[in-house]
Ligand binder design. Structure first.
Ligand code: BGP
Length: 480
């Protein structure tokens, strides 16, 4: 038996991808409420004005807002010990800069947490998951403005005090590194942009874009560190973690050019953890900034705050690994998969994400060796098209295979000596995909009857993986 007795098995979600109820009970609009659905081949669009003819997936999503009791009961049936969810900032502070919170928003999450506790499920709360009030983007320019630090802290103080007896585990920002890599500058950074498609992941950013992204990330680092300090003052038992988009980057060949390049690219993966766990900008920062031609503004006692506000545990998402090469020709022949070149030893999902269970063991060892603090894998899973059979069953053996192999590798990592404390696979109930806004890219153990156009009864159905995961949890990872 390798998984510790109190291992936190569960599942993960995010408010804007599953709650719906986007303007109910005083909720304000978030930046993500202004982002339309796309498809695999067309990008999602951001618009200042919400136009009725477009499909805005976060508006109804899967309606957890009204169905949370049913959903939490299903999680409990699977045996969840932890449930990762995020707060919609705009449910509590509709514009973001108010002094007083919206009571109905606070009440909603209280009810949700109480419902979890009823079944002995520990909530794991992401304070900000790709969600920022639209007003903060419009009026202040989002996280580019230092003002956001105070607005965020006011939000943190409110929820820390309000839920201090119900919540122990917190994450300050989801995938904090995604903003500097350019996938989250609108979504989580609220960095103002003209109406138009969201940032193209493969596009080469301008110097000015890089400057903005790193400045905004610095503000999030300071906000996160201050939140850690504040949270521990409010309740010393709080466990507050960082959350980083994880991924192993391999050299494509043993050519030292590729090896050194892979090492350099991994530094961008370490960057946020280095600041949030070690409490200071890493040794390679100057070189990176120099090469980008940027410099960020660090003020007052920012560096001291970073030192004091280090996190209690390290969490990350893991879906795939990538390969990198310095050889321009090899890049062309291999074709791009999200980023980097195709690994000939791996299969990919329908969305081109390269499936690599061993990469998870590799990364866990790598990160634990670096930080030596408890680790949590808070996202992992297979986005796939599921088929609903006539008799309302869903045979998702591919999802079971994916998760089984990743759990096996987590077990190996634990045997290697990694202090892994929990696992919350992504989208434990089908929800809206963040990259495309689609419903058809499903991750759940629970099927939700809703299609890409937004039609469907929203009925919940148990997939084959539901029964499988229940068995895994009941046997504490023995019966895979
Ligand atoms: C992570 C995000 C999630 C989630 C997941 C899957 O990057 O934190 O919000 O959606 O990726 O991505 P997608 O929904 O695009 O398949």
């Amino acid at each position: 038996m390798s998984f510790p007795k109190n291992f936190l098995w569960g599942g993960a979600t995010a408010a804007n991808q599953f709650e719906g109820g986007w303007l109910e009970d005083g909720k304000g609009d978030s930046v993500c409420d202004h982002i339309t659905a796309g498809t695999v081949s067309t990008p999602r669009y951001f618009t200042n004005e919400i136009k009725s003819e477009n499909n805005y997936p976060s508006h109804e999503a899967i309606d957890f807002y009204h169905r949370y009791k049913e959903d939490i009961a299903l999680f409990a049936e699977m045996g969840f010990r932890v449930f990762r969810l995020s707060l919609n900032w705009t449910r509590i502070f509709p514009k973001g800069d108010e002094a007083e919170p919206n009571q109905k928003g606070l009440d909603f999450y209280r009810d949700v947490f109480k419902e979890c506790k009823k079944y002995g499920i520990e909530p794991l709360v992401t304070i900000s998951h790709y969600e920022i009030p639209y007003y903060l983007m419009d009026r202040y320019g989002g996280w580019l403005s230092r003002d956001c630090i105070d607005f965020y802290l006011n939000f943190c103080e409110t929820v820390f005090k309000e839920y201090k007896d119900l919540v122990t585990y917190w994450l300050t920002f989801n995938e904090i590194n995604c903003m500097m890599m350019g996938v989250g500058d609108i979504l989580s950074g609220g960095i103002k942009s003209e109406d138009g498609p969201l940032q193209d992941f493969s596009a080469v950013p301008t110097r000015e874009q890089k400057q903005k992204r790193f400045q905004a990330t610095h503000h999030q680092f300071v906000a996160s560190a201050k939140a850690v300090i504040l949270g521990h003052e409010i309740n010393p038992a709080f466990k507050i973690g960082c959350m980083v988009a994880g991924g192993a980057i391999y050299p494509y060949t043993c050519n030292p050019d590729d090896v050194v390049l892979a090492q350099k690219e991994m530094r961008m993966n370490y960057f946020c953890g280095d600041v949030q766990v070690r409490g200071e900008y890493p040794y390679y920062t100057n070189r990176i900034f120099e090469e980008m031609g940027i410099s960020i503004e660090i003020k007052d006692n920012d560096l001291e705050v970073l030192k004091q506000g280090t996190v209690d545990f390290y969490s990350f998402s893991y879906y795939m690994s990538t390969c990198t090469t310095a050889d321009e020709e090899a890049k062309k022949t291999s074709g791009n998969v999200i980023m980097g070149v195709k690994n000939p030893y791996l299969k990919a999902s329908d969305w081109g994400w390269q499936i690599d269970p061993q990469g998870l063991r590799y990364l866990l060892n790598d990160l634990y060796g670096r930080y030596q603090i408890p680790m949590m894998v808070v996202e992992n899973g297979l986005g796939a098209v599921d088929v609903l059979e006539e008799d309302n069953t869903i045979h998702d053996s591919y999802r079971i295979d994916y998760l089984r192999e990743h759990i096996r590798q987590m077990e190996e990592a634990i045997r290697d000596g990694v202090d892994l404390i929990g696992f919350t696979p992504w989208g434990c109930i089908d929800l809206v995909s963040i990259s495309t806004g689609e419903m058809k890219k499903r991750y759940g153990f629970i099927y939700v009857d809703k299609d890409n156009e937004g039609n469907g009864s929203l009925e919940r159905l148990r997939k084959d993986s539901f029964y499988w995961y229940k068995k895994v949890i009941a046997s504490n990872g023995e019966d895979l």
